[in-house]
Write a protein that binds this ligand. Structure first.
Ligand SMILES: [Zn+2]
Ligand SMILES: [Zn+2]
Length: 333
């Protein structure tokens, strides 16, 4: 079969790859639509921590597909499914308490095992979730980044009616602005980096989009730009009694100065979040299947697998004068 393969040496090419032979507890899924993100670029460039990638690697960790054959308790052949990427061992202490994102054995589809940029993928049956026929593929393909955001938003209880700032205007930031509506916030301000993102930002439901550092302080600040400057802004713009959620990933080794007395005096919670748990993923699937969330407006770039190079190029630099939301590769054509 064909697959998009990288060796982590700034290379990625469609080439022949062995057709998966499922283990007894696995099912075979045919990917239909696969999203790409900055992490895929880092995998191609070999800049991720070696513990988190096995090369050569089939890319693809954000995806929706269909069952190749009937599977009891999941669906019939052709049924649309999404698949959790993190494969938890289920036995370690972290898994036992539900923190499957922290499983002591890191294993993830599209990182340490073959991903979805391929004609077929084998996946553990317990990680496969059916998607309702009425859900658009363009909505379902965003399940993985939504799970990342949703886990961060639900890790600690947050009250309704908060003033919210989201720092950043990439897909994770825009999804955060969209999903935070579940908390019925008083208002949401997106602190963006590019004017071209304004229209996409407004479609998230955020009341405000600004390129300037706000002078106001906010009850909840979500940092999703992943730079040292944006982390500093997030900490600085949090109101007394507020919460800062760190979702962005600044370059490894970055340092940010903090004023601990301000954090103490202002009673501030700083919460970081890694990936997603099984519970968060299932919760997002439920919101999709009940049509509560329809984030497909974030898809701006579509490519066939044969043009995967163009998808990677769009992620690397793109056209800074035009909007960029999620970049997807369509394997159904
Ligand atoms: Zn991703
Ligand atoms: Zn585990």
């Amino acid at each position: 079969m064909k697959a998009l393969v990288t060796n982590g040496q700034r290379d990625a090419a469609v080439r022949d790859w062995p057709t998966p032979i499922p283990l007894p507890d696995e099912v075979v899924v045919r990917p239909l639509l696969v999203g790409m993100c900055g992490t895929d670029v880092e995998l191609i460039d070999g800049s991720v921590d070696p513990a988190y990638a096995h090369y050569p690697l089939v890319l693809g960790h954000e995806w929706v597909g269909q069952l190749v054959s009937d599977v009891n308790e999941i669906g019939v052949a052709g049924c649309r499914v999404v698949v959790e990427g993190i494969v938890p061992c289920g036995k370690c202490a972290a898994c036992q308490r539900g923190a499957t994102n922290l499983c002591s054995t890191y294993d993830e589809i599209g990182f340490t095992r073959p991903g979805a940029m391929a004609e077929l993928v084998a996946a553990p049956r317990s990680l496969v979730h059916p998607i309702d026929d009425a859900v658009a593929l363009d909505d379902a393909v965003l399940v993985e980044p939504m799970a990342v955001v949703w886990r961060a938003l639900t890790r600690l209880p947050l009250r309704n009616g908060l003033s919210v700032a989201v720092i950043g205007d990439g897909t994770i930031a825009l999804l955060a602005a969209y999903l935070v509506s579940a908390l019925s916030p008083a208002d949401v301000t997106i602190v963006g980096q590019r004017e071209a993102q304004r229209a996409l930002a407004r479609r998230t439901g955020a009341a405000n989009f600004t390129l300037d550092t706000p002078t106001a302080r906010f009850d909840l600040v979500i940092e999703a730009a992943g730079t040292v400057a944006s982390v500093r802004t997030a900490l600085d713009r949090c109101a007394r009694g507020g919460t800062v959620i760190l979702l962005g990933l600044p370059p490894h080794g970055s340092r940010v100065e903090i004023a601990p007395d301000d954090l103490v005096n202002n009673d501030i919670i700083v919460q970081a979040s890694f990936s997603y748990t099984r519970d968060a993923f299932a919760d997002v699937v439920h919101h999709l299947n009940t049509r509560q969330w329809q984030p497909s407006f974030l898809l701006t770039h579509h490519y066939p697998l044969a043009s995967a190079d163009a998808a990677v190029a769009a992620l690397r630099t793109g056209d800074l004068g035009s909007p960029r939301g999620k970049v997807v590769v369509d394997l159904s054509v």
